[in-house]
Design a protein around this ligand. Structure first.
Ligand code: AQP
Length: 330
């Protein structure tokens, strides 16, 4: 089985990214041939500073290695090092409907957040580039958080449409969304997912937060009316804390709700803070070591790109042939 997934080099990866994606990437190394990509081309679809992007890319690489990605057991690479991603994106545009892209929640949300800034065509085409990332490697499985469900569905539709139009060429992928922790919510607005671009700093726990900051954020997390610890729709704050702890301890939130029944909100917060600190502290410490050696990080990415290119070129040869384009490549 081949696994593919991508992550944006936003530098400040948060607990949602960690539980929803990074943890499943690490586990994926034991399940099949895993390819993981730091998608810097995606990061250019909103306003950014080139120097920051380069720095964040190394930050993200170091976080992924600190989390447990092992370059001997997976292929970790930078998207812009493999030109075939952009090439396939353009070709897949011919089997993607404008109306489909218009319906993407992420486009609607992110374009609304752009306020006075330019809403780029790149942001609109983001899901096509994401489909290209996945389909280029003929991935069977794509581990992602719940927010990416719609994009993976689109990638499946694009692959099916391509195969119908040009003959069987691409693999139709399936998503792997974790059963617990697929959508970690913001601590201050538990009706919204925890997110990099959330303007309220205290709602987001960053992977690199110091223990003191983690404890403070969890202690000040918004809770709900009443005092009973329970998993319920009208208790989004408490349910989110239970979900976070359950994902880390590999339990279910319902199990934890039972364990905490009769206790106070404050008791739960102390336990969640303790769990998160113990979970993230070793990652932060390894990160601080790994981040010092940019040359090593660069070398990991270069080696990964060399391996990824071999698969990408093979797929592009098949795609060009199927579409009747260019000189037939060998
Ligand atoms: N809150 C979340 N809970 C669970 N999983 C999540 N993911 C994102 N947020 C949550 C998953 O993380 C992976 C990487 O996502 P990305 O590359 O889009 O990274 P990001 O830009 O840092 O994600 P954000 O925070 O969601 O960004 P913005 O603020 O730009 O919208 C994906 O698998 C995603 O599902």
């Amino acid at each position: 089985m081949r696994i593919f997934s991508g992550i944006q080099p936003t530098g400040r990866k948060h607990l949602g990214n960690y539980i929803g994606a990074i943890q499943t990437w690490v586990d994926g190394q034991a399940l099949g041939e895993a390819l993981y990509c730091i998608v810097d081309l995606h990061a250019t679809t909103v306003a950014y500073e080139p120097a920051d992007l380069r720095r964040y890319l190394y930050d993200t690489t170091a976080i992924l290695l600190a989390a447990g990605l092992d370059p001997e057991r997976c292929t970790l690479f930078r998207q812009s090092d493999v030109a075939e991603h952009s090439e396939l994106c353009w070709l897949l545009c011919s089997v993607t409907a404008h109306g489909e892209l218009n319906r993407m929640h992420q486009f609607k949300d992110k374009s609304a957040k752009q306020k006075d800034a330019l809403v780029s065509a790149g942001l609109f085409l983001y899901p096509v580039l994401q489909a290209a990332d996945i389909l280029l490697y003929k991935a069977d499985e794509v581990p992602v958080g719940d927010d990416q469900r719609q994009h993976i569905e689109l990638a499946r539709n694009i692959a099916e449409r391509f195969n119908e139009r040009f003959g069987p060429t691409l693999v139709v992928p399936r998503h792997r969304i974790p059963q617990v922790g697929a959508r970690i919510m913001d601590l201050q607005s538990p009706d919204q997912k925890m997110s990099t671009t959330n303007p309220v700093e205290t709602g987001t726990i960053y992977v690199l937060d110091e223990p003191k900051a983690i404890i403070k954020k969890i202690k000040s997390a918004v809770t709900d009316s009443g005092s009973e610890i329970a998993l319920a729709e009208d208790k989004p704050g408490i349910s989110n804390l239970l979900e976070i702890m359950a994902a880390i301890q590999k339990k279910t939130a319902a199990q934890l709700a039972q364990e905490f029944s009769g206790q106070r909100y404050g008791d739960l917060k102390v336990a969640v803070a303790d769990t998160v600190v113990n979970y993230l502290t070793p990652v932060r410490e390894r990160y601080l070591e790994l981040r010092k050696d940019e040359q090593r990080l660069e070398s990991v990415l270069q080696k990964g790109a060399s391996k990824a290119r071999v698969i990408a070129r093979q797929t592009m040869t098949e795609v060009w042939r199927a579409m009747g384009l260019g000189t037939v490549r060998s």
